[in-house]
Each structure stands twice: as structure tokens, then as C-alpha cells.
Design a binder for this molecule. Sequence first.
Ligand code: 5RP
Length: 318
Amino acid sequence: MADITTSAADKKEKEYFTEVPQQAPGFFLKGSHQYDWGLKNRLSRVFDPKDGRTVMLAFDHGYFQGPTTGLERVDQTILPLAPYADCLMLTRGIQRSIIPASTQKAIALRASGGTSMVSPFEEWEGELDGKPFKMSRPGFEPLSNESTALTIEEAIRLNASLLAVQVFVGSAYERQSLKNLTDLVDGASRYGIGVMGVVAVGRAMARNAQYFRLATRIMAELGANVVKCYYTDEDFETITSCCPVPIVIAGGKKLPELDALKMSYNAIQQGASGVDMGRNIFQSDAPVAMMQAVRGVVHEGLSPEQGYEKYQDLKSQG
Ligand code: 5RP
């Protein structure tokens, strides 16, 4: 109708660009090229399309640890770090109570839970040779007895890009935690939300490349879109190589800042797609400086030493 009513003088010529073939671009993120639009768009909020990498800030520790050191007041300690993160990994309780709904950051929402630091070990009590006995069952990691901890409707309400689920390969609750993963993948994939499988390490589980290859690959095969695991000094590149989806590393226990930057750098050099780091940032002497130094190593091509220099400069500026 508009064409008919517009006068000939005002009319812009139609241009069909018949000589220009429409592009069919691929997708920047490992293993993600055949996903649907919504999921790709959400993953593009977590991973920067310019370099395919991410700096995720993990502060969901309270879901089993309560007020972890550095997270006693998330409003005071974490909100100043948020501008330097690509993605915030957190629980729904903290998201609703503390994180401004105006944030532009991607959300990775903790979606498994149900146990705590003080969950009792599974024990047998009985009688042996007429005497009472008590015995704990090896492999029954109390923390591994998790369930899924939110519905997909809740994830949509909270505008999550990723759901994080802990997986305990090798524990007595392995099957249950893998079922948590596949249930979340089934639910989340209906709505184009991603799932990140988090490799858990317990007393019975070795922190070596052999274990991480097994656990990360199982999670990817069962549908995780992203996998989080720890860095290993030996053969880390074999873990990233045989995992068909992006791997991000957890920071683990607090290290000296330079060591944490070296670990981030090495992980990226050996095929990781980023970090999902908590304690090494929010327990640092200068968390805002450390956050920017990690960002420098992951996104700006800084060496660990250059990152450390940046940390010290920013720290000295207060
Ligand atoms: C719990 C988690 C944590 O969010 C995360 O691994 C902790 O990060 P960091 O080890 O860097 O403090 O997934 O297992």
C-alpha cells in the first residue's frame, strides 16, 4: 500500500542486490555451530564473539558453604567487580536480592544443590561379634547427593543464559548427578538456554588429566553445552582437545595472584575458552585490580607477568 500511495518523486527505488549472494556465516564457538538461534545468542552473551573467550565471575559458593570468605556481603564485594565480567555465576537468591535487574551481564544460574558443608557422611551402624560398630562408606561424598534446584520456568524468569549443574563422576551419587545434568539439558534446550556441567572433585576423585578427560567428555556427550573443570599442570591440552564443547576453568583455592594469572594464561594457551573464577578474585587483596588483570590475560593477550604488573599498578592506585 505504501508504494501505491507514495508519490513517484518521493519513491526510493527497490534494490534486490541480485549480484550479492547472501552469506551463510558459521558460528564462533566450539561445538555450537548447529544450535538454534536463541541458544547461540545466549552463548554469545557469555562468550565474547570477538575472541570466543569469557571471564565468568563465580560467586555461587554460598549454595553449600553459606557466607564464604569474601562473600559475606555480596553487595559490597561483588557488585564493584561485575563491570569487568562477561558473565555472573550465582544463585537465584543472590540474583534476586542483590543484583540490579538493569545489569547487562549474562547470567549463569546455579541449578543444582541440596547439600551443605556439614552434610553427614553416609554411615552404617550395626553389630559385629556382639559389639556395636559404625563404618562410613568410601565414595559416599555427602556433598555429591544433589538434586536439581530450580525449574526451567524459574530460569526463564531470571533470564539465565546458562544453568550450572555439579557432576560427581566417580562418586556413589554419580548416576544421580548425571541425571540432574540430563534433566536440565532436556528442559533448558526446549527454550534455548545452555547448560554448563561443572566437574566436582571430592575426596575419592583424583585431580588429574585422566579423571578430567573422563568427566568432561561424559558431560559433553550427555548434552552439556559448556563444561567447567580444574586446570591440571600436566596434559591439560588433552582435556580440551577431546572435549567437543568449550571448557572454562575454575580457579580453585586462593593462590598468589601471579600464580592464578599463570594458571589462567596456560589454560587459555592450552585450549580453554575462558575462566569461571571465584576465590582467586574475590579473596585477593585487591579484587577489582585482580579482576581486571584476569581480564587482561583472557581477552587482551597479556602475559601473566604483564597481567601481574597491571594488578600491582591498579592496586597501588587504590
Ligand atoms: C562450586 C562452583 C564454584 O562456583 C566455583 O567452582 C568456584 O570457583 P572457584 O574455585 O574459582 O572459587 O562451581 O563447585
